[in-house]
Design a protein around this ligand. Sequence first.
Ligand code: HEM
Length: 431
Amino acid sequence: MSRDTLSVSIVCDMTLPDVPLAELDLSDVEFWKAPRDYRDGAFKKLRDTPGLIHFEEALIPDSPFPRGAGYYALTRHEDIWQVSRNAKVFCSSQGSNIGDLPQEMNEFFGSMINMDDPKHFRLRSIVSKGFTPKEVSQVEENVRVKAAEVVDRLLEQFPDKQCDFVEHVAAALPLEIICDMMGIPSDDYAKIFKWTNTILGVGDPEFVGTLEDLMAHALEMFMYAQALGEDRRANPRNDITSVMMAAEVDGDQLSPQEFGSFFILLVVAGNETTRNAISHGMKALTDFPDQRELLFSEYETHSKTAMEEIVRYATPVIHFRRTATEDTSVGGQEIKAGEKVVMFYNSGNRDERVFDDPYAFDVTRPMQPAQVGFGAGGPHFCLGANLARREMTVMFDEIRRRLPSLRISGEPDYLQSAFINGIKRMPCEWD
Ligand code: HEM
């Protein structure tokens, strides 16, 4: 498809279909397979409907766990903001994904994203030591080197000037950076990549067959991490695994099991999200050539707002859940203790009450009011937001300087998921 055709199709998408509430089911896998403008129309309808709509949970075939009692969908920016910042009333320890799992499984898979204070505070205080400005600035030089290597490889390996953007550009950088920060040897990168794909690809038949497959991969990853953590406690090196394993809060250290679960969260959260932000970013820069021209010609001026706009526009993580700890109300809706609410960040980021022309991609869009792609504030706000912004800024800068004609040359193959706005494959070309 030519660039002209692509930009025309985006303009057409701005006239959203009017989706009747009665036919709307956010738990139906078919909904997440529907065209994007249909889904945008559906979320607009939900934002414009007073109160909150309650949805049944998806019935997961062969699941050993009972089906939960459903959830209220939070689709307005203001409601998401309110819930995210009130962790006492809207807790995470009963799970941050929609379905209910036993408490141990929540902590095993989700680590601190499925915890409340004081547990969350303790763990976040320890692991934050690996993400201080000093630690992140040490990584910065490395980000530059690795991004340059990504472009070197494109120039060397693809003489016919086309390749899969996701595999050869977007996936490579975040994976190598997070693995390198953690002290994982390069021979193991491919293994880590496979594990993270399985865990976040749940729902997409390409990545996971059964719940047993998923558990088996998570367990392999957990054991790999435990061994890494134990090794670095005994033989510290210059990596954040060593910093975290040595860190103490009130005389208390991270156990190898805690590190194992945190590792799963970190490599999954650090890889897929940034990869998808870079992929959607490149697609948006292809679809909106005037924005690409503006960003690429005045990179210093616009890169900060542009990266925030890419995260808003892409919203790589679609939702997280909270559970009410007491009777309360949100968006004009009474919520009882124990009921679930799900924050749809994709919808918050298209809320026309907050963002002018929300379907347009505008690299100069003001940073306030804030987009909610990294969360809407509160104790769980994305720990890796600064690292992700850095990786994206450097990657697009390398492309701008060394491959300024690089563009997306066909339709993306989207991940089938209600949780991650993912792109599995997407062809690109350059002159
Ligand atoms: C564009 C890339 C990224 C996006 C869109 C993203 C998005 C998110 C979101 C929506 C949350 C939940 C926030 C909340 O509940 O308030 C989150 C949490 C988290 N993210 Fe990210 N993330 C990205 C990159 C990263 C990276 C690079 C890392 C680490 C290397 C990372 C590590 C984490 C961790 C550890 C948490 C849990 C924090 C907690 O529970 O206290 N993320 N992220």
